[in-house]
Ligand binder design. Sequence first.
Ligand SMILES: *Cc1c(COP(=O)(O)O)cnc(C)c1O
Length: 371
Amino acid sequence: MKKQDITVSSPLLPDLKDFVPYLEDIWKSKWLTNNGEYHERLEKALCEYLGVEHLNLFSNGTLALIVALQALKISGEVITTPYSFVATTHSLWWNNIKPVFVDIEPETFNIDPDRIEAAITPATTAIMPVHVYGNPCRVDKIQTIADTYGLRVIYDAAHAFGVCRDGVSVLNYGDLSILSFHATKVYSTIEGGAIICHDRKMKHRIDFLKNFGFAGETTVVAPGINAKLNEVQAAFGLLSLKVVDEAIARRKEMAAAYREGLENVHGIHFLPEVEGLQQNYGYFPILVDDAKYGMRRDELYELMKSHQIMGRRYFYPLISDFPTYRGLPSATRENLPVATRVASQVICLPMHHNLTEEDVKEIVQIIKNKS
Ligand SMILES: *Cc1c(COP(=O)(O)O)cnc(C)c1O
């Protein structure tokens, strides 16, 4: 029998038996989208699960980012990180905002707050950091800078589903946070996303913005967009919520197995476990220091592929290296030395709830043996 690929991620699927009655219910009600019952139930359930006050569901995380910027009327320049998925910066581009890239910290791969002030100009209106791999940014330092300079903070928290520090969700920081519920994420609604905000008025404003700006049958209060989540996906999301804890527990075991297996491999580095942090184990990134390891990152990546192990070079290339952005003054490698190095060394190893101990052992052996 042909060996199956070991994929980098695997979608979390609710029990199909549980899904059928939900579908029958939706069919009976004939209410398929526009703030249906399942949509309302999922918003409530997610607020409770995540420990946040207000949450707006979206059809995907990218539209959540774009609308978050609209909701706060952000313009001019926004300080952000080049070390993320392209959607972070694309959301600025779609709002006609100029991205200003700031380098990342070597310890967390998140935007380095100590470099933010130097990037502020009279045109700066906001900071858009990313909690990369679900590791929280230095939120207090970022907020202090924002308060001092009168800036908004919008977190791309696409990786930070369920992440808590000392029992408090990281989604409670900043003016707004966005989540992605894409099928490759820890928790999914197939496609989907959310904006987390801190007051009811903002929640209502976002409700309008994601539905063409409609505030009533004949009242359009803003040039909104269509970014609604439908009932079938909301029902899928409600059921996925029942199995997500189990999936995260499984991921945690696999992360521990990787740590143990790779601990003493010369030239292979990974992020340390952080005290008091409740993680979701969405990713398992390693850095390949080729001088010490004796093999280049891309060689290891290809070697794994030849064994049908599908790692991913998240995040390579940097967003600042794509044609749309590489001409920006802040996009130079000299401005982004840490991000440039990390992007050249990183591989995200397969990490999901369907991974087995044997899979991890095999991957560790390949990395150890370099063959
Ligand atoms: C997945 C992701 C997004 C985009 O979310 P979609 O739901 O796929 O639109 C944005 N930012 C980051 C960091 C992501 O990983």
